[in-house]
Ligand binder design. Structure first.
Ligand SMILES: [Zn+2]
Length: 67
């Protein structure tokens, strides 16, 4: 991973560099109503809360469900 190039840009205000994040172990429910974790990323400019699971699949959830 010599040149990782992940960029975060807020879809609401366009802010590229004012972020905080929080891991939540039981943020959402899977198809069987079991709690699964998510990461929430907050834009410091407009305070919008973004869920990482909206844009990326949780790898542990895929393994658990056989995907
Ligand atoms: Zn924003």
């Amino acid at each position: 991973m010599a040149h990782a190039r992940l960029h975060l840009i807020c879809g609401n205000c366009g802010c590229p560099d004012d972020w905080t994040w929080e891991y939540c172990a039981d943020a959402i429910l899977d198809y069987d109503c079991n709690p699964v974790p998510d990461v929430f990323i907050r834009c410091g400019n407009c305070s919008t809360l973004h869920s990482l699971s909206d844009k990326a699949i949780n790898r542990k959830f895929l393994i658990k469900s056989g995907g």
